[in-house]
Design a protein around this ligand. Sequence first.
Ligand code: GLU
Length: 418
Amino acid sequence: MVNGPMFNPFEVSQRQLDKSAEKLDLDPDVHALLREPMRTLEVHFPVRMDDGKARMFTGFRVQYNDARGPTKGGLRFHPEETVDTVKALAAWMTWKCAVVDIPYGGAKGGVVCNPKELSAWELERVARGYVRAVGRFIGPEKDIPAPDVYTTPQIMAWMVDEYSTIVGYNAPGVITGKPIPIGGSLGRGDATARGTVYSIFEAAKVIDLPLQGTTVAIQGYGNAGFFAAKLMQELAGSKIVAVTDSRGGVYAEDGIDPEAAFDHKKVTGSVTKLAGTRSVTNQELLELDVDILIPAAIENVITEENADAVKAKIIAETANGPTTPEADEILYGKGKYIIPDFLCNAGGVTVSYFEWVQNIGGYYWTLEEVHRRLQEKMTRAFHAIHQTAQENNVDNRTAAYMVAVQRVAEAMRLRGWV
Ligand code: GLU
């Protein structure tokens, strides 16, 4: 979430926990255990490259806390992966699963590699090599990986195949985010964005904002950004007036067609220069006079420098950590409605949970069933946080931490850990 020389992401996650621990008057022993991951695994494994030579890869899997159930969380393939980033992301998965009340602890994993420099065959061998290295530590009842940055349903398919070969039977429940023909769930593809949209529905109700015709700006036009645009238009009747990606972006007062922007990006590599629009920078997008702002790209984009210029009424954090703690205070002071990241982007892991339930039950749901249950989960989580914020007179992020930490702490107490 927070990168750069100034921030160690894991220390940031610990500071966030400390703040809510104080508000909750948390038992010091519970607090001490929640400040550290329960297990951190580092692996080194060989992969045969296309040129015939073997290369060593480094991977991690952090199982942060399993008091509420088997640990759950994505796997990143990233050239700059560090154990501290993985630890922070594993902590956030713990809070995310607790907030939407699914019976999991939190985990995260990563392999230090640049998938853009690997051939498809090499990628497959890295995926299988990682599973051989961590195979003993994961499992449908133990720790369940899923896709994340630069990992795809195809990579999940190779991994589930390798794991099944190791254990000697077909074990679809070991990994979620699989392709549908091998046990994936309907509705997993747009689940993160759909969860965001369902939480925006509730935020709009509590601030009394009729959604029909509202204007929306979206930063980031990957899977989450694109589906957020499409679903805000289709389900909320909103007008998408601006979208950006890493190269810049576009603005159109009369609205942008989400599909057209997506097709344009597929062809040209970026949403920039889309016909019928004018250009807008990533910085300008955040300050547009719109009703709803959806940061769906990277961390630390709303800072103390620009928070004052943000005009949107609702800020729906689909990205992890787009708002710095200083910006948070400014936005809260200005009465902005923030839907904090680990609530706003919890739709992905929620449908992962549904996928796992279907794998274990061996019975597959309709798309309508997935959507209905996702909306139910998101709505309930939203109101638990909103109510906690109101009752304790705190911002939504602190309230989200309070709800999550309390749930994990209670599971620890019931198990007799403290
Ligand atoms: N990587 C996603 C997340 O961070 C999904 C995790 C999962 O489905 O287990 O929420």
